[in-house]
Structures are given as structure tokens and as C-alpha cells.
Design a protein around this ligand. Structure first.
Ligand code: UDP
Length: 337
């Protein structure tokens, strides 16, 4: 009973691996280390450095470790980057998932959990967004994930795989004990940029769009703490082990905060008053994205522990400050190795 985590050395994947190890599960990781770091993995977790779409590699790992569930995180996640390099995103997200599914079928792996995204919805007609809302992605990133979802659905129906698709809203924060966190170089996500500003690593933060028809003019997002998200995956695994039917679930807290409110939370928890500058809207951005979490809460045995913006900001900041303090120390060396 081993769980294969693809992308397990990345931001969300590493929190998943930690949660599984702490729950006593056997875990094996495949990660090409394009944005992840082996230093994010707990001691003793086998890491195979390579592509989740490399069918020979994956087949060997599944056979050697008795894998009977796959949690597939490996992929690219930046909306603007996907606008510049659509084929790269279809390769790294869609094609990789296709190959991974082919191996899952070949090896008879019965359970599959897939990292999807709220970006599949495009601009929602209403918020909070339920799972049955139309899927009209505005970016190749969203399309690449939606295409993967469709492949999973069809493959599962044909070959009897049970699956859970988790559509993440905005994942943020870090391990509450600051053992791991977002270490990806050049990360563009709002809270990461804000904690970099709060810790003096950048002079200011730009707010991309202050003229949206929202209460304060900035975009609105539903932030979910990465450790709560990892626990949601554990609950999804338990659901599948109990024979749960294939399902697609939104993952958020069901509450929205504006970009400006989020920046304020970082100012508040850090006590630092960094500069905030209005900037032009960012291509591909969706105005308001908040999850309807009704189905997720009804399906999974899951209770969030960190449903609080200040807590999320504080954990992101604590991790960022640890990275900074350790700049010339072992963690940074391990991360840049
Ligand atoms: N954002 C911003 N300044 C930044 C980074 C992000 O104003 O330096 C905004 C971005 O335009 C979007 C929101 O914050 O409205 C969330 O962006 P992020 O990239 O974190 O996640 P996304 O929702 O695009 O997946």
C-alpha cells in the first residue's frame, strides 16, 4: 500500500508528502526538480528524479514499490507563463498526465487523485462557484488542466479507476512549524510576493488592477492553507479507499479576500509597512474567484484548521524569514543544489 506522489518535492506536493508520512503511510516521490527541491522531503522518502510522464520510470517505480494510489501534482502552475508558452503547458501538464494515466492503466493502479485548478472555470457567472459551473478557461494553464480532467474521467470510466479531482482555489501559507514552504525560485503568487516585500527582499508590491468592479477595485481570491489542502487530499484518499465514486471537488474555504486585504494581512502580521503600488491589470486574471465548498464538505471527512487569512500570512512569513535567515546556511545550499 504505497502512495506515489508526483511533484512531491514541490510546494503543495511536499506538504502532501509530510502529511502522508506523519499519518504513517508509505510514500514514494517522482519529481524532475524543475521547481521542487529534494530538501523539502522528509528523511527516508524515496525520490526518483525524472518526469511523471516518463512511462518507463513510472512503471518501474510502481512495480518496485507496490503503488496502489497516485496523487498527481507534477505540473506547471503560472497563468501568465502559460499565455507566453501554451505548448509548454500542454506538454508538461496535459501530455504528462496522459502518459501517467497510461501507466496507471497498464499497472492496474486503482486510485488516482488529481491536482486541478479553479482556473478551469474562467470568469464565473456567479460566485461562489459550484463544480457544475461551466468550464471556460481563460488561459492555457486552465485548459491544460481541464483537458487532463477530461482524460482522467474517460480513462477511469473505461478502465475502472476511481478518482478524485481537486480544483484548488488559491493555495498559500506554509507548514505551521516552518519545516517546509514555498521555495520555488521566482514565484509570482500574491502572498509570496507580499511576504518577500515584508521581509525586505523587494521594495514594493504591485497591485495588478485597482479598477475592477469589486468593493476596493482589486481582484478577490479564496485562499486555502497548504496544510489544510494536504489534509483534504488525505481525506480524498480515505474516501477512495472506502469505495467512494469518482468526484470533482472545489478546494477553498468559500470566502474571498481582495488583493488589497491580503496585502494588509501581511502588513499586519509582519508589522512592516512596505510600499503598495497600483499597476495595470494582468493578462488572464479572473476578477473574483471563490469556491462553493458544499460538495467538498459533504464528501470528505475534512475540517480545516487554518481558515484564517492572518494565520496563512503569518505562516508564509515565518517560512520566508526562515529562508532568509538561512540564506547562507544548509537549507539554502540544499535548495540550490
Ligand atoms: N497579484 C498582484 N500582485 C502580485 C501578484 C499577484 O496584484 O504581485 C494579484 C493577481 O493579479 C491576482 C491575485 O493577486 O489578481 C492572485 O494572483 P496569484 O498569481 O497569486 O494567483 P492566481 O489567482 O493568478 O492563480
Amino acid at each position: 500500500m504505497t502512495v506515489l506522489v508526483t511533484g512531491g518535492a514541490g510546494y503543495i506536493g511536499s506538504h502532501m508528502v509530510l502529511a502522508l508520512v506523519e499519518a504513517g503511510e508509505n510514500v514514494v516521490v517522482i519529481d524532475n526538480l524543475s521547481s521542487g527541491f529534494s530538501a523539502m522531503l522528509p528523511q527516508g522518502v524515496p525520490l526518483f528524479i525524472g518526469d511523471a510522464g516518463d512511462e518507463n520510470l513510472v512503471e518501474g517505480v510502481i512495480a518496485a514499490h507496490g503503488v496502489n494510489a497516485i496523487i498527481h501534482f507534477a505540473g506547471s502552475v503560472v497563468v501568465p507563463a502559460s499565455m507566453r508558452d501554451p505548448l509548454g503547458y500542454y506538454q508538461n501538464n496535459t501530455m504528462t498526465t496522459r502518459n501517467l494515466l497510461a501507466v496507471a492503466v497498464k499497472c492496474g493502479v486503482p486510485r488516482f487523485i488529481f491536482s486541478s485548478t479553479a482556473a478551469v472555470y474562467g470568469n464565473p457567472e456567479r460566485v461562489p462557484v459550484p463544480e457544475q459551473a461551466p468550464t471556460r478557461p481563460l488561459s492555457p494553464y486552465g485548459s491544460s488542466k481541464l483537458m487532463s480532467e477530461i482524460m482522467l474521467h474517460d480513462t477511469a470510466a473505461a478502465h475502472g479507476i476511481s478518482y478524485v479531482v481537486l480544483r484548488y482555489f488559491n493555495v498559500a501559507g506554509a507548514d505551521p512549524q516552518a519545516r517546509i514552504g514555498l521555495a520555488t525560485l521566482g514565484a509570482t503568487h500574491l502572498l509570496k510576493i507580499a511576504v518577500e516585500a515584508a521581509s525586505g527582499q523587494r521594495p514594493k508590491i504591485d497591485v495588478f488592477g485597482t479598477d475592477y468592479p469589486t468593493p476596493d477595485g482589486s481582484c478577490i481570491r479564496d485562499f486555502i492553507h497548504v496544510s489544510d489542502l494536504a489534509q483534504a487530499h488525505r481525506a480524498a484518499l480515505a474516501y477512495l479507499r472506502q469505495g467512494g465514486a469518482p468526484v470533482t471537488l472545489n478546494c477553498g474555504y468559500g470566502r474571498g479576500y481582495s488583493v488589497l486585504e491580503t496585502i494588509d494581512a501581511v502588513r499586519r502580521v509582519s508589522g512592516r509597512n512596505f510600499a503598495v503600488q497600483a499597476a495595470a491589470r494582468r493578462l488572464g486574471d479572473i476578477m473574483t474567484m471563490v469556491a462553493d465548498t458544499t460538495r467538498m464538505r459533504a464528501t470528505l471527512d475534512w475540517t480545516p484548521r487554518y481558515d484564517d487569512l492572518d494565520t496563512i500570512a503569518a505562516h508564509a512569513l515565518a517560512w520566508e524569514e526562515k529562508l532568509l535567515r538561512d540564506r547562507h546556511g544548509t537549507l539554502q545550499q540544499a535548495l540550490s543544489a
